[in-house]
Ligand binder design. Structure first.
Ligand SMILES: [Zn+2]
Length: 302
């Protein structure tokens, strides 16, 4: 069996870290028709860091790669950098990726250019960190429409000091700044879930290439052909075609989550399809989960 890789995902900073925030929005920010931030309000860097980190974990899981978080993903507690590095070291993570959004701050060298992608590795890092960083730049540049890219740089190149999370980790590690919070056009993307996911998928591709693992795209991302428009408004139903099928309280097939059985001919409304590493499942409208295997269930519309 192939070795299972473990990726430490570091959602940089906590919600309470001072100063890590965007410029105030010049007007109400709407995404997909929803007001996500009012005019005059800021976006905290952690809102991006956590969002993209969650998507990255989901993408890597789909590709058969294990993940761990070094930060408190509720955003309530700011975990110090050295304990984050220690957590990743102790668990023996194969690589670490720290997710950030850039800010000019007090660093004068930034002043001339305040937009774009930046991937950092630490001074004196291993060749492996450089390889990982180059792959991250390659896939992010390819998939995201950046106005500018700094490419892969050393942490000391801009600020003069090394970054603790890269310096104190024992595995290859990179830190990605996905854009600038000072540049409103890029700051607005921080709350865009589709953008968070797109960036995470690009990084997942880089991680897969780094390990030599096949990248598995999300099923819904498979493009429909133009003559076959996607049907999204119809209600999907599920009919049981096997004599007896278990229903579960969570999206797994463990015996401990079994909450009952349904029988042949029973019909249910599907709420959501759950993508799993093994057999996919459906979440039913009643809140329980059931196998999506066509051996046991069939899906129809009405
Ligand atoms: Zn940051």
């Amino acid at each position: 069996m192939n070795k299972k890789y473990l990726v430490a995902i570091d959602a940089g900073h906590g919600m309470h870290t001072e100063g890590k925030q965007s410029v105030p929005m010049s007007k109400n920010l709407y995404i997909d028709g929803e007001l996500v931030r009012k005019k005059g309000k800021i976006i905290k860097e952690n809102e991006w860091n956590r969002g993209v980190s969650e998507y990255l974990a989901a993408a890597l899981k789909r590709c058969g790669i294990d993940t761990m978080f070094t930060a408190d993903m509720t955003g309530k507690t700011d975990i110090p950098l050295n304990s984050r590095a220690n957590t990743a070291n102790k668990k023996g993570a194969d690589i670490l990726i720290s997710n950030h959004y850039n800010a000019i701050g007090s660093c004068a060298k930034w002043q001339t250019r305040v937009k774009g992608l930046l991937v950092l590795r630490t001074k004196n890092c291993s060749e492996k960190s450089i390889k990982l960083g180059k792959l991250a730049v390659k896939h992010l540049k390819k998939d995201i429409d950046y106005e500018y890219s700094y490419g892969l740089m050393r942490d000391v190149d801009m600020s003069g000091f090394t970054l603790a999370i890269l310096r104190q980790t024992t595995m290859p590690a990179i830190l990605i700044e996905y854009g600038f919070m000072d540049y409103e056009k890029e700051a607005k993307l921080m709350l865009d879930k589709k953008h968070q996911e797109k960036c995470a998928e690009a990084v997942a591709k880089a991680v897969c290439e780094y390990f030599g693992v096949t990248y598995v795209a999300k099923k819904s991302e498979v493009k429909n052909t133009e003559d076959k428009p996607q049907v999204i408004s119809k209600t999907e139903y599920l009919r049981i075609i096997s004599d007896s099928v278990n229903i579960h309280s969570s999206a797994d097939f463990n015996s401990s989550s079994v909450v009952g059985k349904v029988k042949k001919g029973d019909v249910f409304t599907i709420a959501q399809k759950i993508e799993r590493t093994g057999t996919d499942m459906y979440k039913l409208k009643s809140g329980v989960y059931i196998t999506a295997s066509p051996k046991y269930v069939e899906v129809f519309y009405k």
